[in-house]
Structures are given as structure tokens and as C-alpha cells.
Design a protein around this ligand. Structure first.
Ligand SMILES: Cc1ncc(COP(=O)(O)O)c(C=O)c1O
Length: 481
């Protein structure tokens, strides 16, 4: 039998009840192998006397350990450390997993997935859409989160509405009416975990296998993956945005189900869809009854005048499915986005969502709604717009000074990245050499449909301060091919 000194200092002033203190001490002794499997433990009366506690306290400690499977007890034999400890069971199970054979029944992926940028700390990543996370109002968010979590009446840890918290839908409705000219009721809004989920839900609800979907090319590959079971039709983009005549020509040949567009700052080229093409696209969709999936992902980030309003603000015939995100204005890790559409569409999307994800994170949704109601998000957006504007000016000046004879920035008045032309340069070789030299940027090839190279770069600047941008430009300059 073990000698009964498993380092037990009972302390009745602690919040932890005495029976748990005893149970934990025995558990530590078992885990440290000071008590071995099948080793006998003292009877409850003996141990209670040794420790100077009531016998029931020891009984409760043993019961706890029996329930967790660490010890076994029978009236005939007494109490023993379990022969088959929970830890050993876990270890055996995982060793079994490691030996499992490969799985050969996967569907082939529907399309090429772009690789994520590197995550090591030494590489400066000029990723196209990343916001600055240092300045996110974390303290206010934490306070709002705590308030939401402890709000007993709201009971936010329970199941909730798959469409998202009413408070957040109301705040989003108010924001859209004020900032984007989009009028929607709470029933016409679905809160999702990022616009990526919104795109996926829309695809499931609207696009059948093999249905034609027109997409911008160059374009946003994650949307192509989300829309993947449709037959994607790449439409060229020029200085006025997506070529609407090309969509019209396509529709004449065969019906299309939807078109995915980024009219505000075309992704990745940042051009703005011209007013004439906006009207033409809305009219085309009305006439041929196809959906316009409008991704308005960074409308908060513009530096001159008021931003152009979305197609959704001019939709008189119910063809636009509008997708927005808080990933740029707050933080992508919060996973908060939204879809605005007629109520029956929202109901259908919510039903799909219910069987995939049930609902969003209610506590986060309520906390962010509070920040919006307090004007905190709007103040943050204004501060960030100013900061990004300064960084953009500094970045433009650096690029002009060090790479002015190599790069021509096709400047636009908004966005968190620059689109730059590098005529005559093998930009993919440059990107490889730059990554080896500690700076990562995307080249046009990443956004093409045919995978063919083009001499353009997309350089994200919003997440980097001016000193980091200066270092990045030096590292790029060192390795121009
Ligand atoms: C075109 C586009 N849409 C949407 C998003 C945001 O996606 P999510 O809301 O899923 O974070 C991004 C972010 O990079 C984007 O570039």
C-alpha cells in the first residue's frame, strides 16, 4: 500500500472544496506515477483520520476519481488505482489513429485553390486585403463581450436565430441605410461568419450543378471556389470594371444563373465599375432574370469624396444579392459578414445555414452590435481611413523613389492595396526572389482564370506601418530581376 504522504497540504481558506483538493492530490500522484496502476489506496476511514477531515470528505474525493475513471472501488476488494488509466486509453487510441491507412474516396477538388501567404514572422506580408489589427478597439470589444456573456436575460449561450442576433441585424440595417444607400429590414439581412460563408450559402441556394455563373477575370478565387459547382464563365475586366457587353453576349448564347462582381473596388485591380455599366448590368439582370451577387467588401476604405454606392442601392427589380463583411473595418478573425436580399431568399439561406453551422457566435454578434450602437465601429473606421491614407501616400512615395523605373502604380482612390504594372518584368520570378528576401506580395497570376502570367502586382499596405513599408520596398528593390 502506498505511503500516505502525497504532498497534501489542505487549505480550507481556498475556494476549491477540500474533497477536490484531496482528489487532485491523488490524481497528481497517479499522473506522476508515484501511485501505480492497481496499487491499493487506504480505506476512507484511515485516510480521513490521517488528514484530519470528515470521512464523507474522503468518500466524495474517491467518488470523484471513480467517476473520472482514475480509481476503482468495490466493497469486497477496497479501492485501487485503475489498471487501465484514462491517459493510457487516450494514448492507445491515438497510436491506433496514426496507423490508419490513407483515404481514397475524396472527390477531386472543383478548382485550383490559391495558397495562403506565408505566416512566419520574418517575412513582411503585403497581403492585399489585410487590415491593421493593432488599432482594433479591443478593450471596448472585451467589455462589450463580457456584458453580453453575463446578460442573464439574453441567455446568449443558448441556441438562437440562424439569421443572427436581431440587435446586430438592426445595426447593420442602420449602417447600410446611412453609408451605402441600401434600405433593408432586419428580415432581409442574414449575419454569417464572413462573406465567404455568405457566398457559399448563395451558391447552394441559387446555383445548381452546371448552371452558368459569370465571374470577373482577373478576379477573386475564393469566390470562384464558393461558386464552384456552377460552370464559371470568365468575363474580362478593363479600366471601367467588368465588361457588361461581354456578359450580354454570353447571355445571348446561353442563360446564366448569376454574375459575381466587386463593383466598388474590383478585386484585384481596384477599378470602380462605371455608372453606365452599373445601369446596363442591372437592366440586363432584370431582363434575363439572373442574380447579381455583389461583394461590397471594402466600401469603408476610400480616400477622396464619397464612395460610389452599390448596385443594391439601385435595384428596383430584386435581382441583387448583396454581400458585406466586417473583416476590413474591424477584424477578419471575428468572422462577421452579412447578406442582404429579399426576405424569402434570406429564409432559404438561413435554412441552409441551420444545417451547416446552426447559428453564429451570439455573444460576439451582440458585443459588436453594442460597439456599432455606441459609434465605436464608425469612429474606428474613420481613424483607420486616415491612417491607411497616410500609409498609402508614404508607400506611393517609396515605390516612386526606389522602383519608379520598374513599376507604374495604377492608382485609384480607395482600397487597402495598390495594383501596379511592371512592364517587361517577370513578376513571378521577382515574387519568388522577394519571398526568399523576406517580403511577400501577390502577382496577377494568382487572380487569373487561365493561370497565365501577367506583369502586374497587388501590394497590400494597410496592415504595415511606414517603417515596415520602407523595409519591404528595400527588400523588393534588392531583387528586381
Ligand atoms: C473580394 C473579397 N471579398 C470578401 C472578403 C472578405 O472575406 P470574409 O468576410 O470571408 O473575411 C475579402 C477579403 O480579403 C475580399 O478580398
Amino acid at each position: 500500500m502506498a505511503s500516505w504522504t502525497f504532498g497534501l497540504d489542505l487549505d480550507e481558506t481556498l475556494d476549491t472544496p477540500v474533497f477536490l483538493q484531496i482528489a487532485r492530490a491523488i490524481l497528481e500522484a497517479i499522473q506522476a506515477r508515484r501511485l501505480k496502476p492497481d496499487e491499493r489506496l487506504p480505506g476512507t476511514r484511515t485516510l480521513a483520520a490521517t488528514l484530519g477531515v470528515h470521512r464523507n470528505t474522503v468518500v466524495a474525493a474517491y467518488d470523484e476519481l471513480v467517476a473520472e475513471g482514475w480509481i476503482e472501488s468495490s466493497p469486497a476488494r477496497g479501492t485501487f488505482v485503475a489498471r487501465d488509466l484514462p491517459l493510457a486509453r487516450v494514448r492507445r487510441a491515438t497510436t491506433g489513429l496514426a496507423r490508419r491507412p490513407g483515404f481514397d474516396l475524396l472527390h477531386p477538388p472543383t478548382r485550383r485553390r490559391p495558397q495562403d501567404p506565408p505566416r512566419d514572422r520574418r517575412t513582411i506580408v503585403l497581403a492585399g486585403g489585410a487590415p491593421d489589427l493593432e488599432h482594433v478597439p479591443k478593450a471596448a470589444l472585451a467589455r462589450a463581450y463580457r456584458r453580453a456573456l453575463f446578460d442573464r436575460r439574453a441567455a446568449l449561450l443558448d441556441y438562437g436565430d440562424p439569421r443572427g442576433e436581431l440587435a446586430l441585424r438592426q445595426q447593420i440595417a442602420a449602417m447600410l441605410a446611412e453609408e451605402r444607400g441600401v434600405v433593408a429590414t432586419e428580415d432581409e439581412i442574414l449575419v454569417v461568419r464572413g462573406s465567404q460563408m455568405g457566398l457559399r450559402l448563395i451558391a447552394d441556394a441559387v446555383v445548381g450543378p452546371g448552371d452558368r455563373v459569370a465571374v470577373e477575370s482577373l478576379g477573386y478565387p475564393p469566390a470562384w471556389v464558393a461558386l464552384g459547382r456552377g460552370r464559371l464563365e470568365p468575363i474580362p475586366v478593363d479600366a471601367d470594371g467588368i465588361d457588361v457587353d461581354a456578359i450580354a453576349a454570353l447571355v445571348e448564347r446561353a442563360p446564366i444563373r448569376a454574375v459575381y462582381v466587386t463593383p466598388h473596388h474590383q478585386y484585384p485591380t481596384l477599378v470602380v465599375l462605371s455608372a453606365a455599366r452599373r445601369l446596363a448590368l442591372l437592366e440586363l439582370a432584370r431582363r434575363h432574370r439572373f442574380a447579381i451577387v455583389e461583394d461590397d467588401y471594402d466600401n469603408e476604405v476610400h480616400y477622396r469624396g464619397r464612395p460610389v454606392l452599390p448596385l443594391a442601392s439601385q435595384d428596383r427589380s430584386g435581382v441583387v444579392l448583396y454581400v458585406g463583411t466586417l473583416s476590413k473595418v474591424l477584424a477578419p478573425g471575428l468572422r462577421l459578414g452579412y447578406v442582404v436580399a429579399p426576405a424569402p431568399v434570406i429564409e432559404r439561406l438561413a435554412e441552409h445555414r441551420r444545417y451547416m453551422d446552426r447559428q453564429g457566435d451570439r455573444v460576439v454578434e451582440r458585443a459588436v452590435a453594442e460597439l456599432m450602437e455606441d459609434g465605436e465601429v464608425q469612429r474606428h473606421a474613420r481613424r483607420m481611413r486616415r491612417l491607411y491614407g497616410q500609409r498609402r501616400d508614404a508607400f506611393l512615395a517609396l515605390l516612386d523613389r526606389h522602383l519608379g523605373d520598374v513599376l507604374r502604380v495604377e492608382s485609384h482612390d480607395g482600397g487597402m492595396a495598390l495594383w501596379a504594372h511592371a512592364p517587361g518584368i517577370d513578376v513571378d520570378r521577382w515574387a519568388d526572389a522577394a519571398e526568399a528576401n523576406g517580403v511577400w506580395f501577390a502577382t496577377a497570376r494568382r487572380f487569373t482564370f487561365d493561370g497565365r502570367p501577367r506583369p502586374y502586382l497587388r501590394l497590400g499596405f494597410a496592415a504595415a506601418d511606414e517603417a515596415t513599408l520602407a523595409r519591404a520596398v528595400r527588400r523588393m528593390t534588392d531583387v528586381v530581376p
